[in-house]
Every structure is written in C-alpha cells, then in structure tokens.
Design a protein around this ligand. Structure first.
Ligand SMILES: Cc1cc2nc3c(=O)[nH]c(=O)nc-3n(C[C@H](O)[C@H](O)[C@H](O)COP(=O)(O)OP(=O)(O)OC[C@H]3O[C@@H](n4cnc5c(N)ncnc54)[C@H](O)[C@@H]3O)c2cc1C
Length: 567
C-alpha cells in the first residue's frame, strides 16, 4: 500500500476536518432516540412497526451528517464512570458486528456488543458466498480461481492477495455459521442460493455463481423484493434478538464507542464508550473488533477520501446515520494503515435529486431497452454494463451537466402490460417534479428537455442506425438487446447516481487483524465489513455478487474466531 498517501490522509482528517467536526457533532447533536422518533418513511407501507429498524435520511450532496462517536482527545481516568471486563468488545451492531459477537460468544468468550444507534444498520438483500451448505447441496461449484481473479481485476490489482483469497476460501464456512445462528433465531430465516442470472452477459465480465439470498424465508413482508436492501432489516433483527438472548453477550445500544485504549506497547486493551452520557471503559483481554461500517454519513470524510466527482455528483441515500467512520478514525489514531485514496464507493443508478429508487426507473431498468443521455442529449456510456459503471460514467459527466436521463418511447414499455401500467401510474407525479419529460416526437422531447438544438434528434437517429447495422460504433453496446425508437410518445426520465455505502477502510490480514503501516498486526485490534479494507480499489464491482455483505459476514466470523482462539 502507499504509505505516504495513507499518512497524508490520516493527518488530513484526524487533525483537520475530522477532528474539529467530531467535537462539533458530539457537542451538539448526538441523539439516537430523536432519530428513532422521526423515521422518514418509504418503508412504512412494507414494514409497519419494523420501520423503526431503519433511519432514513436522504438528500443531495453533501449528504446528512450522522452522530460521530469518535473523540480525538485524551479521556482521563477521572472521567470514566464505570469499567467493565470482557474478553471481546465488538463495535457496531450491523451484519459484521453481529456475526462477530455471536461467533466469539459461541466460542466461549464473554462479549460486549456496542451499537451507537438504537438499532444496528441492516440494508441488503443478497450476499456473496462460496461453498456454503446450501450451495453444496444445490451442487453449485463456484469457479474459485475465476472469482479470485475477477475481484483482483476489478480492483486493478491494487489489493493484496490474502484477504480476498480468504474470502473465497472461508465465506462458505462463515455462511454456515450464520445459518446456525438463524436456526437459533425466531424468524426462521432461510438461506438459499441466488438463481444465477446472467445480468451483464455481453460485456466480457464473467457471470460468477457465488451468491446467496434470504427470499425463501417464510414471513418476509410481501413486497420485500421490490425495495432494494430491505430484507436486511429482518436479518439484523433476527441476529440481534439471538445476540441479546445469548448468555455470553451483553448488548449495549445507544452506546457509541469513542476511542480505543492501548497499553505502553501499543496493544489494544479495550475501548471507551459513552453510555447514558457517561464514559465507560471496557477492558478486553482478547480483542476489540471494529465493525462500525463505512463513513457515508460523514461528509468531511467523504470529501477527504472519495473521488471529487463521486462525492459531488451523486445523490445521497443513507439508510443509517450511524455510519460516520468512527472505526476508521479509532484505528488510524492507534497507528493503523488504511486503503490509499481515492476510496471505493458503492454506487447505484436509481437516483432522483431527493431519493433513491424511483419505482418507475426500476421498472424501466428491467426492460433494458432505453438509451442513456446526458444534459446535452448525448450518450456517454454503453447502457448494458453493471450499475456501478453507469454510475461512474454518470458522475464523470460533471463538466457536461450532472444529469443522466433514460430515453425511451412507448413501444419500449407497452409490450409488457404490467410494467407499462406500473410505469405510467407514476408518470404524472414524476412530471410534476421535473424528473420526467415527454414529447410526441424526438424533436418535441428535445424542446421539452431544453437540450441544445438537434442533439437529441441526432442521438436517436444514430441509435436507430446502430440497431439497424447491429453495431454500436460509439460504445459497443450489444444491439441485439436494444430496440429502435419508433413510437408515438418519447420520454426522458431522470436517473442519477446514488451513493449507498463506502467500502474502503483499515488494512487487515487474513484473520481480520488490523495492520500498521509496517504491515505488522496491531495486537488486540480487528476490523470487519466496511470498516476494513484491502478488498476493493477505486470501484465497487457490482457484477461480482454481494461481496460487501459476504466480506462482512466472513471477516466478522474470522476475526472473532482468531480473537478467541488465536487461529
Ligand atoms: C439500498 C442498499 C442495498 C444494499 N444491498 C446490498 C446487497 O444486496 N448485498 C451487499 O453485499 N451489500 C448491499 N448493500 C451494502 C451493505 O448495506 C453494506 O455494505 C453493509 O451493511 C456493511 O455492513 P457492516 O456490518 O460493515 O456495516 P453497517 O451495516 O454499516 O453497520 C455498522 C454499524 O456500526 C454502528 N456504529 C458506527 N459507529 C459506531 C460507534 N462508534 N460505536 C458503536 N456503533 C457504531 C452503526 O450504527 C451501524 O449499525 C446495500 C446498501 C444499500 C444502501
């Protein structure tokens, strides 16, 4: 890794924006309960009471700032109200933290789980896994070498081999452990292999069969598939219940970890947290596991570590205010190495200026027939690549207008009545918001959209000629799966880029141990999930199935295993 960059980054946010903002936020606005009392809710219709499991805050960049837990100052012994002794402390009650806490507890350790919010973050639907029980029984044989190479290739080979190799080798074991925990739970969560869908078959990227899902769980809300990521709420609830009942685990919600404790030789020996506005100290003899997620609710960190265009061009959709990079900051403070900048961000494409996931956009995406144009009415990306790539290209449009429009006509949506009805039902609302424009001809649509004269008409004519020839001379889209524009109505629907999570973090080894800048393990310190690094570089590769949750489960499990047993 690039040490000088890591050093620079570290100074920049500990001494600069990060530190001052930490103080400001802690002084004024930490109130998990206030957030819970005001859940903004596209979720309500699906989850009813369960809606309180998620805090939504969405908006344009710079996005919302969550309650930062990390404190960059010396907390003296006289400020500590209580001390506790545990074997293992886990920071964060999302998927990585719950798996870590349960694994450590099952292996006999006394565990405290500290979660900053009133509930842990849970937002996902599927996850990557290789050779789990359910996959073995379905006779799925993942090509491990291909998966390994594709993760490396997607990171442009800027990551080390150990963490990824371990993911490929151990994710099945970790999934089986999670299944065991579901069997102890109350919701009867079922893990099954994700049916293989050749989503991006024409782009040269391999379609790798290494994904599992929860959709076969009886009792999931009816509509759950329709809203991306919402299954995760149920999963986190189930695991959290199991953790709360576990005799070896003490769960402390609304209790942000604020800094790590080290001894004279740099070993991490505990963590200081804030409980009921008092500092508590947790002494650990086996380890602290940082599972505090990314920093998508920390605009200063976003600005410091992301590509400027990712930070400034994307809409924002953050399902939890808790992910403020506390674990990153705590780790850096004790000498940890971090992924070099720019960090990787999980992008998505279903964005409006104020939210994520317009149903009509999703419906249309399913058709896959549209063209994508920018504010100038020009195509800028082949439309049949993974969402991530379209997002990247969209964000890169900053100099040409920040918007991205799906361009389609009535013939592209009318063939499937169900899709047509769903899309049309939302059109009036979208038009009123200025997110959808229409015209009776390409020329009329061009005027309605106010793009420079002739551009949109030319784009449509060119697109039709590519379809006729079967070759997209501009972007190499597979024209077999495109349709010419020849309808009676022409539409342009806004579809911007959205940030879902940051996925770069502290450098770890194959056991989840956090490394310092010399590549040595910092004794007593582990990281898992989005707080950890050395897995992605520059990109979150969406065409590789579910690696973010897969990584979180795997390294939550492995770091706990290593902390307790040393192997
Ligand atoms: C709409 C959507 C859909 C998604 N779908 C998928 C999918 O299908 N598959 C996939 O692989 N990924 C998906 N993701 C990404 C996924 O949500 C994250 O990558 C994943 O949740 C990361 O897990 P984690 O345990 O590392 O962190 P998180 O889930 O972010 O959990 C971190 C927890 O730590 C807590 N915390 C933070 N600081 C402190 C502190 N100081 N003290 C105590 N607690 C703290 C936070 O409050 C939070 O509860 C999706 C994301 C979105 C937004």
């Amino acid at each position: 890794m690039n040490n000088s960059k890591a050093n620079l980054s570290r100074r920049k946010f500990i001494k600069g924006a990060g530190a001052s903002s930490v103080a400001a936020v802690m002084g004024t606005s930490f109130s998990a309960n206030a957030m819970e009392n005001n859940p903004k809710s596209v979720y309500e219709e699906i989850y009813g009471d369960d809606v309180n499991s998620i805090y939504t805050k969405k908006g344009t960049s710079p996005g919302p700032k969550g309650p930062i837990g990390f404190e960059d100052r010396k907390i003296s012994n006289s400020e500590i109200a209580k001390s506790y002794d545990f074997d293992v402390a886990v920071v964060g009650g999302g998927i990585a933290g719950l798996i870590a806490a349960l694994k450590a507890a099952e292996d006999g350790a006394k565990v405290v789980l500290l979660e900053k919010m009133t509930k842990g973050r849970g937002i996902f639907e599927c996850f990557g896994s290789v050779d789990s029980r359910t996959q073995r029984e379905a006779n799925i044989k993942t090509n491990k070498a291909e998966l390994l190479d594709e993760i490396h290739r997607s990171a442009d080979y800027r990551i080390g081999p150990d963490v990824v190799r371990t993911y490929v080798e151990k994710s099945g074991e970790a999934t089986d452990f999670m299944e065991k925990m579901f069997n102890k739970g109350e919701r009867g969560v079922v893990i099954s292999p994700m049916p293989l869908k050749p989503k991006y078959p024409n782009t040269g990227a391999p379609v790798i069969d290494a994904e599992c899902m929860f959709y076969n769980t009886p009792g999931l809300p009816k509509n759950v598939k329709f809203r991306s990521g919402f299954v995760g709420v149920q999963i986190i609830k189930d695991l959290a219940n199991t953790a709360m009942k576990h005799p070896n685990i003490e769960t402390k919600y609304s209790t942000p970890a604020v800094q790590l404790v080290t001894n004279g030789s740099g070993q991490v020996t505990g963590v200081i947290a804030k409980e009921n506005n008092e500092y508590i100290k947790v002494n650990t003899n086996k380890g602290v596991i940082l599972a505090s997620g990314g920093y998508d609710a920390n605009p200063e960190m976003m600005k410091a570590f992301l590509r400027p265009e990712d930070y400034s061009s994307a809409s924002w959709w953050n399902p939890s205010w808790g992910t403020t990079g506390d674990g990153h900051m705590m780790g850096l403070k004790v000498g940890a190495a971090m992924d070099p900048v720019p960090h990787s961000v999980m992008n998505f494409t279903f964005g409006s200026p104020e939210s994520f996931h317009i149903p009509a956009v999703r419906t249309l995406r399913a058709m896959g027939l549209y063209a994508i144009v920018n504010d100038e009415g020009k195509r800028f990306v082949r439309e049949d690549v993974a969402f991530q790539s379209i997002s990247n290209a969209t964000n890169r449009q900053a100099t040409q207008g920040k918007k991205s429009w799906l361009l389609f006509d009535d013939t592209m949506i009318s063939k499937n009545k169900d899709i047509f009805d769903k899309a049309i039902a939302s059109f009036e609302t979208l038009k009123a918001k200025g997110w959808l424009f229409e015209g009776n001809s390409p020329r009329e649509l061009e005027a309605a959209l106010d793009v420079p004269n002739g551009n949109l008409v030319n784009t449509i004519e060119k697109f039709n000629s590519f379809k006729l020839k079967g070759v997209d001379a501009d972007f190499n889209r597979d024209m077999e799966f495109a349709k010419e524009f020849n309808g009676k109505k022409y539409y342009a629907l806004l579809c911007n880029s959205v940030i879902l999570a940051t996925v770069s973090g502290l450098i770890i080894d194959e056991n989840g141990r956090v490394l310092n800048e010399k590549g040595e393990a910092i004794k007593g310190l582990y990281a898992a999930g989005n707080a950890s690094g050395d897995f992605f570089s520059g990109n979150y590769p969406r065409h590789i199935p579910g690696t973010s949750i897969g990584r979180a489960i795997t390294f939550g499990y492995l770091s706990a295993k290593h902390a307790v047993k040393g192997a």
